[in-house]
Design a protein around this ligand. Structure first.
Ligand SMILES: [Zn+2]
Length: 345
């Protein structure tokens, strides 16, 4: 039976969400009235920028990136109720989410149960043109098209919202520019996202069979890197999984092992000014074929990397991870070293 879009159902869901998760305590992200931000600081850093992984693994993936009062989700791999509950713990609500960027349409990255909620809240969905035929197969996706909420990207960078013109002194006030890299993953492929707000840069890549040089170039200089560290090869090989699945995961079009992840982190760090990425958030750890201890053991091989890592979990969110600019001298070096405005294939 095909579920038809029902606006009344949407309203019910909204009320249920708000009933169950009342508004968070006031103003976790409101600037203190008594301490206005100096204009110079606002010019360099813009509004508060933070990242929180609401959960990551084969059971669901969702990362929230907050720019002041507005937020972007990267992937929506938990249902809207779970997402709203974890978001509420961060001080945000679904009403603060303005866009969802989808890496790919596997169930652990996009749940079709989101469709009515996206429409109810007017949240735009960004995905690669390459994934269009997969979205078309998702039940109810026609209602997303009807609501004008689907945005396809291909080569060009995009902005998830119009920049706020309220601060005429600072044109970068809340401007966010997102560029992408196509990556190998199964037959559908996946998308890495690079988000830039003023001098701040964030890169997220998950479900990639390997990291092409284009990804290293695009992510060189990011302040916060989020990347998968999926499996331990020994555990994978000796697991009870069928041979075809092991081959899929380890064959260069599946996932990154702990060692491959460390290698990618090093390549990105080597291409960045010293000190970046300041935080390395490790995503999508396999429950069956990996452990936190093995990940830490692998990263302990490189003390430079080990002290920067943040492990994520399937069922619990991370704390807010601040995204901060490097010191001024290093930032200059960054600008010279790694321009990111050019589109890519
Ligand atoms: Zn996945």
């Amino acid at each position: 039976m095909t579920a038809r879009y029902n606006p009344r159902l949407d309203m019910t869901l909204q009320y249920r969400l708000f009933d169950e998760f009342p508004a968070p305590p006031a103003a976790p992200y409101a600037p203190a009235a008594s301490a206005p931000t100096p204009l110079a600081a606002s010019r360099s850093a813009g509004p508060t920028t933070q990242v929180c992984v609401l959960g990551s693994g084969s059971g669901g993936n969702c990362t929230v990136v907050r720019f002041g009062k507005r937020a972007i989700l990267i992937d929506a791999g938990f249902g809207p109720m779970t997402t709203a509950r974890r978001l509420q713990q961060t001080g945000l609500t679904l009403g603060d989410v303005k866009a969802v960027c989808i890496t790919h349409l596997d169930q652990d990255h996009f749940r079709p149960t989101w469709i009515n909620t996206l429409i109810g809240f007017g949240i735009r969905v960004y995905l690669h043109r390459w994934h269009r035929r997969h979205l078309d197969k998702v039940e109810g996706s026609e209602h997303l098209y009807d609501a004008g909420l689907v945005r396809f990207f291909e080569y060009d960078a995009f902005e998830p919202w119009e920049a706020d013109a309220h601060d005429p002194h600072d044109e970068r006030h809340d401007r966010v520019v997102i560029s992408t890299v196509r990556l190998p993953h199964d037959d559908k492929g996946t998308i890495a996202f690079h988000l830039q707000a003023g001098p701040l840069r964030i890169g997220l890549a998950t479900d990639l069979g390997h990291a092409p040089d284009e990804l290293i170039r695009a992510f060189a200089g990011v302040d916060v890197l989020l990347i998968e560290s999926n499996y331990d090869p020994q555990m994978q090989i000796t697991s009870s999984r069928p041979a075809f699945l092991k081959k899929r995961i380890m064959g260069g079009h599946g996932h990154l092992s702990n060692e491959q992840c460390l290698d990618v982190c090093r390549r990105i760090a080597d291409a960045s000014p010293q000190g970046n990425p300041q935080r390395i958030v490790l995503l999508h750890r396999s429950q069956q074929c990996n452990t936190p201890e093995l990940v830490k053991e692998m990263f302990a091989r490189d003390p430079r990397m080990a002290k920067r890592i943040v492990l994520t979990q399937q069922r619990r969110r991370t704390p807010w991870i601040p995204v901060k600019p490097l010191a001024a001298g290093l930032r200059e070096q960054l600008t010279l070293a790694a321009p990111i405005s050019s589109p890519h294939a």
